[in-house]
Write a protein that binds this ligand. Sequence first.
Ligand SMILES: Cc1cc2nc3c(=O)[nH]c(=O)nc-3n(C[C@H](O)[C@H](O)[C@H](O)COP(=O)(O)OP(=O)(O)OC[C@H]3O[C@@H](n4cnc5c(N)ncnc54)[C@H](O)[C@@H]3O)c2cc1C
Length: 433
Amino acid sequence: MTWDFSTDPDFQEQLDWMSEFVRREIWPLETIWRELGLDGLRDAIAPLQQEVKSMGLWAAHLPPELGGQGMGQVRLGLMHEILGSSPIAPLAFGNAAPDSGNSEILALAGTPQQKDRWLYPLLAGDLRSAFSMTEPDTPGSDPTQLRTRAVLDGDGWVIDGHKWFSSNGSIADFLIVMAVTDPDARPAQRASMFIVPRDTPGVEIVRDVPTMEHPWERFGEYGGHAEILYEGVRVGSDALLGAEGQGFVLAQQRLGPGRIHHCMRWLGVARRAFDMMCERATYRHAHGSLLADKQTVQNWIADSAAEMQAARLMTLHAAWVMDTQGARAALVDIALIKFYGAKVLHDVIDRALQVHGSLGYSTDLPLEQMYRFARGARFYDGPDEVHRQTVARRILAGYQPPPGLVPSEHLPTRREQARERFAHLLGAVTAND
Ligand SMILES: Cc1cc2nc3c(=O)[nH]c(=O)nc-3n(C[C@H](O)[C@H](O)[C@H](O)COP(=O)(O)OP(=O)(O)OC[C@H]3O[C@@H](n4cnc5c(N)ncnc54)[C@H](O)[C@@H]3O)c2cc1C
């Protein structure tokens, strides 16, 4: 039997290097990346990307034949925990969302020509991509209702639809668009994926939707969520990614590992908030004692430590199931961590913010930004409620009504059965009385 919580010493060395590198090189850039603009950020990151490549850590989510490290989900998870501490660290490591997930789909389903044209330049950092599935007028949590259509026309397809929240859509060179190709097919086989170059006539990037995370008008910045109209967008037959009707299968394959990576990244963010909370508690003095001496603050620190540890172990366990038994076997574990991890992220940041009082609420600390970021985690890659539903349905499938609809644990019934079974012992007790 193997039951091991240790990390290989060689890999631990790499993790230590990543931790130090991210703190030394990336954290300082966080404070000025919006001032730098997109090109400035690219210039600042370029030498860091070279360093990461020289360490053999570039695009680690992909298999070795595509220049990745073939690490498996547990190692990737541990790596993402470190990279998640900063919103721009994944850029330096060639595995920033949504490019990382999109490169996984291209690696999985792309033809050799599609890989040459889109995947390899994406991996080299020469192209940027977006994933365009969610629509304003249909529920993203139930993509069987998608309305965007792709209709076969001659030797190509014509796409019409309205999308939004396509992350990085306004800076993408191409979009992977989910569209219905056969409305009469079974729900899970109605949609297909298409690679659409952003400059294709009929693609209109309407705006970057201001959100809680970025509550101001802006356009064409890293991390924006684009609203996009597709009007009579004509693409060739070579735009179809994977087989016709395979859109949902591919989306699931993209989302499984992606959710593990998100959960580990969230732990990186939560850890930073936790460290701020603990640091503040050591020197803020109020009502006769340090905050560190107040039981409420101690409870918040202890509860946060316990919840982060639980979320971390659950996430690594899901990654281990995926590595050892495959994506299907990890379905429930991944759904569990998606909603639990999002809650832990939110709660730890909320407590850290509270401990800092008005300073925490101010933009002088990153906590308010983290707090806004954390709120989105309860929606993307599926709202909490849907993941809870998945978990509960799977669990309930293992139960059935008891015989006679009497609860299995009904004490009077069990007592009666036990009296019958142990009548000889009870008889002896009575005789001794
Ligand atoms: C920061 C961010 C980035 C995103 N990036 C992308 C991207 O790159 N590409 C993309 O295509 N999309 C993206 N999205 C969209 C995201 O995937 C959707 O928001 C998500 O799928 C939910 O869809 P919806 O917003 O339409 O909400 P709806 O589907 O309308 O759901 C609204 C609410 O209904 C309730 N609900 C739904 N189903 C159930 C149920 N079964 N039981 C109980 N309650 C239920 C839940 O409370 C849910 O929050 C992003 C979203 C965010 C916030």
